[in-house]
Design a protein around this ligand. Structure first.
Ligand code: NI
Ligand code: MN
Length: 226
């Protein structure tokens, strides 16, 4: 499985011969100016919630690739009149796609669309195939709901957690989240993009190391095999 960081909360994951983009926000992110959205491949775009810093580049990517969106019912309906085809889900539900199974799980946050209309409730995704399972938390606070994830999904190989504070949990809460998730390999996201969420990576790395966990900070555009 290949994971490419596209900056902020955007990731591209290759699994089962398909390309899945999470929460594309690239053209509006000064830090991601080296990523050309026209070069991105996508079969699916998974959207955790409706905020602009998670959905801003959906339409151009869909236009280029014909990708299908997967999100909550309200977000899929909001995009439908724009010619974006989607698969609607809601919390606690899962669906088997051609690349693997996706479960939409709880997040503690808010979710309005860029025009202010209702974006349903925010979520995260647990995704698995026969060999790997991972969790992309979306924007969320630390919540004990995370303790329920491993009761209903395969063992997590890695989790992608926000650490930027202010709009989401900080790294200390993410450390507790990784305990709740029983997962010691964490990819950090949702940090540094705005002044409100700048982090000191050395402090974060030290805290995770002391806890015996591995936190991965990917460069924007960097791909890892995981
Ligand atoms: Ni948000
Ligand atoms: Mn956000």
């Amino acid at each position: 499985m290949k994971v490419t960081y596209l900056g902020h909360a955007s990731l591209s994951i290759e699994m089962g011969g398909k390309n899945i983009i999470f929460d594309p926000f690239i053209s509006g992110n000064e830090l991601a100016k080296n990523i050309d959205i026209n070069s991105l491949k996508a079969d699916y775009i998974l959207l955790t919630h409706g905020h602009a810093d998670h959905v801003a580049d959906v339409e151009p990517i869909v236009k280029n690739t014909g990708a299908k969106i997967v999100s909550n019912f309200e977000i899929v309906n909001w995009f439908a009149p724009k010619g974006v085809v989607g698969h609607p889900m809601n919390h606690g539900g899962k669906w088997r796609f051609d690349f693997g199974t996706v479960k939409y799980v709880n997040a503690i946050h808010s979710s309005s669309m860029p025009d202010g209309s209702y974006g349903g409730n925010p979520g995260g995704f647990v995704v698995w195939d026969d060999s790997k399972c991972f969790y992309v938390a979306g924007d969320t606070a630390l919540t004990e709901d995370m303790k329920t994830i491993q009761k209903t999904t395969p063992k997590l190989d890695f989790c992608v957690l926000p650490i930027g504070d202010n709009f989401t949990m900080d790294y200390k809460d993410a450390l507790i989240a990784s305990d709740y998730l029983e997962c010691d390999t964490i990819i950090a996201y949702h940090y540094d993009t705005f002044g409100y969420i700048v982090v000191d990576k050395d402090i974060v790395k030290k805290a995770f190391k002391e806890a015996g966990k591995k936190i991965i900070f990917l460069e924007i555009g960097e791909t890892i095999d995981i």
